[in-house]
Design a protein around this ligand. Structure first.
Ligand code: FAD
Length: 301
């Protein structure tokens, strides 16, 4: 029999927002505008990615520091162990800890040759994400989130190998998993059933990617092993050259995905904001999730 999952009320949902460190002064300005615009939605936490796209720890550290110093937001830092010794990772952890970080999203990271090349652990480093989680547990009293892949990680040879890695990360001390984005909720629900059947009880928080640009998304999704259902082509058809229409469809699609997952009992969501606020806000408002100011003034959604 399937586990009972009571329907979650959409206005009571918990959300977290993911940002990436800006690479230019313009992008920096955009990020802080985004943070200010999303802050009133009182996310459970926000997170800042680490090391992806050739960046180093410095932009992540300075972004995380500013979030901690200038906002009331609970801030998590992503952390990877690719290409680093255990000592180097420990030094980074100490720096983030000194900046006030208490929550890490612990990841292995992509192979240094890029996605699609073979991963090799650093000879003096952590072997994989589970090993990193165990290391973090020894370094301090941190909240530790990890990744999960409803459609399996591209390097995993099977669903069960993929699930084994999640189990190892949980056994090592992870208390929450954030998923790779996906668009087919049936795939997520089947995955969740397998996760629970494997005895994993931590929250599995769906990663939601509001679609800023369908063509770019397809390219990115193919590298991550995420499928983009053909029905999305139909939804966006005719919106080429009409940014407002595209944004409206994108907000509808993301809100419908969340509302459907809430019907299936999911009440926490991790939003890939891509450092932009309007689409995320439009999506939240369609769900009846209001920012603090709107709630205080009793404004309608
Ligand atoms: P793991 O959990 O260790 O492994 C994922 C899967 O791959 C497992 O199922 C495992 O079985 C399989 N696998 C791992 N290694 C091997 C191997 N050698 N051979 C065969 N199978 C293998 N990347 C960044 O660089 N910075 C970030 O900030 C970042 N944030 C992310 C946030 C989320 C929520 C997610 C879902 C991903 C993020 N990534 C980030 C991407 C991530 O680093 C890559 O997907 C990476 O390839 C795997 O890291 P992981 O911790 O998910 O790996």
């Amino acid at each position: 029999t399937k586990p009972e999952r009571p329907i979650a009320k959409t206005s009571d949902l918990k959300v977290s927002f993911e940002f990436f460190p800006p690479k230019s002064p313009d992008m920096e300005e955009q990020l802080w505008q985004t943070v200010r615009a999303l802050e009133p939605f009182e996310p459970d936490f926000v997170s800042v990615t680490y090391g992806a796209g050739g960046t180093t720890r410095e932009p992540t550290l300075s972004t995380v520091k500013r979030l901690i110093e200038d906002t009331p937001l609970a801030t998590a830092s992503h952390l990877t162990c690719v290409g680093a010794t255990r000592e180097e990772v420990q030094t980074v952890v100490e720096e983030f800890q000194a900046a006030g970080v208490r929550h890490f999203v612990a990841l292995r990271g992509d192979p240094q040759g890029g996605v699609g090349t073979r991963y090799a652990p650093h000879p003096g480093g952590f072997a994989n994400a589970a090993d990193l989680v165990a290391g973090l547990r020894d370094m301090g009293d941190f909240e530790i989130s990890v990744s999960a892949y409803p459609e399996r990680h591209p390097e995993s040879e099977s669903d069960s190998v993929d699930l084994d890695m999640l189990k190892k990360k949980v056994d090592a001390g992870a208390t929450r998993a954030l998923t790779q984005f996906f668009f087919d909720n049936d795939i997520f629900e089947r995955y969740l059933d397998r996760v629970r059947a494997a005895g994993i009880t931590i929250p599995i928080v769906p990663g939601i990617m509001p679609i800023q640009n369908l063509t770019q998304l397809k390219r990115f999704a193919s590298m991550c092993g995420a499928t983009v259902p053909a029905v999305l082509d139909a939804r966006f058809e005719g919106t080429e050259g009409d940014a407002m229409a595209r944004a409206a469809v994108a907000a509808d699609v993301a809100a419908e995905q969340i509302a459907d997952l809430a019907q299936r009992g999911v009440n926490e969501f991790h939003i890939y904001t891509m450092n932009r606020a309007p689409l995320t806000i439009a999506m939240l408002e369609r769900l009846g999730i209001k920012g603090r100011v709107a709630r205080m003034s009793g404004a309608a959604a």
